[in-house]
Design a protein. Sequence first.
Length: 256
Amino acid sequence: MKLRVKELTFSYENKMILDHVDFAVRGGEFVSLLGPSGSGKSTILKLLTGVLPCEKGTVMVDGAPVKGLSPHFAYMPQNDLLFPWKTILDNVCLYGRIHGSLKAMRREARASFPEFGLAGYEDCYPSQLSGGMRQRAAFLRTALCKADILLLDEPFGALDVITRGEMQDWLLGIHRKMNRTVVLVTHDMDEAVYLSDRILILNQSPARITDEIEIKERARDREWLYGQGDLRRKIYSLIMAGAGEVRESGRNVGAQ
Ligand SMILES: Nc1ncnc2c1ncn2[C@@H]1O[C@H](COP(=O)(O)OP(=O)(O)OP(=O)(O)O)[C@@H](O)[C@H]1O
Ligand SMILES: [Mg+2]
């Protein structure tokens, strides 16, 4: 296993957010964490990257425990922003000094611009790019990190539905080429079905992984996605069952 997360438990102040979250991801696998808003998806990624200190539980990469900030992870936070006063090239090389030589990274970044649909925009500023292009630039910044596991927190959350679809197609293609392990956080069911090898479903308050759905289809396109009504129905009912638990536990707490 590339990544193993064991019994991750976390509270903000006195509120328990994660309750023994357990999952594993194989090398090169694309796994989505799907759950309602506020269920703790971003918190899981922050604990993996070491942005938040791990209270209880273990994170292992290639069989070895990791603690704190780890070079294994490249993290694209929710609402990742580019600095408006820096050019796109400078923005995507922001972490160059952390992950090796800046000069080498600038060379590699320039070479990657066409693949990320950004050729010719190296010296532009973020305000000169479309929303989709800005997201691709933010994603290129993450992908340039010499990390074997990409942690993406709703990378397309801020985009309109058409650009979002284009970006999903693009990510699907680039993941096949990059062959890196990806953990994607989303609350978009279609996005999870379209992109993932496996979907992990979280319930809410405190979050646990309640279900796991493997998607074996390799030859995916939009037509295939539109035909996945049964799968969508199943995922929806699993998420609603988790939300039902919350309502149930809320009543119980209220009754005490
Ligand atoms: N800094 C903080 N202090 C206290 N509580 C927090 C803090 N950050 C998040 N929370 C709470 O932790 C819970 C989980 O938050 P988190 O951001 O991980 O959810 P999420 O699943 O990523 O939600 P969304 O889909 O809306 O991004 C929420 O109830 C939230 O209010
Ligand atoms: Mg979040």
